[in-house]
Write a protein that binds this ligand. Structure first.
Ligand code: FES
Ligand SMILES: [Fe+2]
Length: 362
């Protein structure tokens, strides 16, 4: 075949446990990962625990109102500090009751004064980089990683234009989806719409106009931006006031490499995708749906249900079949359909994505 033809990644990228380990220790340890939403830590002392790439972490709002992220490990003999979510005045380790200020500094350790030379002021929890991205908390285990605005240039501002109420949002629904496939299979499925017209009838006929769909990388950084025109109000599966504001009638999505995407449905409806890699053969997808103050909305709840029953359900079957196929001895990576004009029937976005996937483990 012609040298210009790009072939899909070889199957071992999706099936080889060694590649998965390399991704967990490399990519996940140096890229921005979604942790949660600021509404989960609104008050001083609020915290929640979570995990990234096998590392236990927790976010906590200090008495100075600063939001911080720490490794969830005691600096004495490594016991875990907090579980789940809650509110506290000090972080007390359950093992020997060493206590830490919300800023991470050791406050007290029973009988430590009897130890000559014990320097309490030198002991502090290990802090992790954190950014508040329009209310969405992201963390990065790499202290030297470039800031989010460099990795995802312009997205913060564009998101504010498409979701003018973003500062007031809180989660209404979290939908947890388990997929028996490598996380990259699921991310690739999200990142092309070549499969949409034949597989996503509701999405393709009741939300967007597939013939106008395109997915392009931004000029710099690690973003794939989805743009499309939408169906007129009569075809939409839910009510939208198209005149509410400048972008009320538009759909847009910003996929932030590697495991997160913001998606804005017509009506400025913000929803999110967060992939979590469980092991080489499994991933979990968290879909988040947001309303102002997290208040109940029949329209958004129905939309979340419709999305789960149609687009998400349809994709589960596709990605699980692909993952089985990647283990077939009969599979040779096929050529990507890269149309120089882009558009819905092209896999140019997959070419870019697979370049990042390859780069991540080299
Ligand atoms: S391990 Fe935390 S106090 Fe000992
Ligand atoms: Fe899909």
């Amino acid at each position: 075949m012609n040298a210009d033809i790009t072939h899909s990644l070889s199957a071992r990228y999706y099936t080889d446990p060694a590649i998965f380990v390399a991704e967990m220790n490399g990519l996940l340890a140096r890229s921005w990962q979604f942790a949660g939403h600021v509404s989960q830590v609104a008050n001083l002392g609020d915290y929640f625990a979570f995990e990234i790439g096998g590392q236990n972490l927790f976010c906590i709002r200090g008495r100075d109102a600063v939001l911080r992220c720490f490794y969830n490990v005691c600096q004495h003999r490594a016991h875990e500090l907090v579980k789940g979510a809650g509110n506290t005045r000090v972080v007390v380790c359950p093992y020997h009751a060493w206590s830490y200020e919300l800023s991470g500094h050791l406050r007290a350790a029973p009988n430590a004064n009897s130890v000559p030379g014990f320097e309490r002021s030198k002991i502090c929890l290990a802090e992790v980089r954190l950014e508040d991205f329009n209310g969405f908390i992201f963390v990065n285990l790499d202290a030297d990683a470039p800031p989010m605005d460099e990795c995802y240039p312009g997205v913060r501002e564009e998101l504010r234009a498409y979701v003018p109420q973003i500062d007031a949002l809180a989660p209404l629904e979290w939908v947890e989806v388990h997929e028996h496939c490598n996380w990259k299979v699921s991310v690739e499925n999200y990142s092309e719409c070549y499969h949409c017209p034949i597989n996503h009838k509701t999405f393709a006929e009741g939300v967007i106009k597939p013939e106008t769909y395109d997915i392009q990388p931004l000029e710099s950084g690690y973003v794939l931006r989805h743009t499309t025109e939408c169906q007129g109000p009569e075809a939409m599966t839910y009510p939208v006031d198209l005149s509410a504001n400048e972008h009320a009638g538009e759909y847009r999505s910003w996929y932030l490499w590697p495991m997160f995407s913001f998606q804005c449905y017509p009506g400025n409806v913000l929803n999110t995708y967060n992939w979590r890699a469980d092991d080489v053969d499994h991933c979990t997808l968290w879909r988040g749906w947001f309303t102002e103050g997290g208040k109940a909305s029949e329209v958004i709840r129905n939309l979340a249900v419709q999305d789960r029953q149609t687009t998400v359900e349809e994709d589960i079957h596709l990605v699980e079949s692909v993952h089985r196929g990647l283990k077939s001895r009969g599979y040779r990576p096929g050529p990507l359909v890269v149309d120089p004009k882009g558009g819905v029937n092209s896999e140019h976005s997959i070419k870019v994505l697979q370049h990042w996937m390859r780069e991540a483990v080299e």
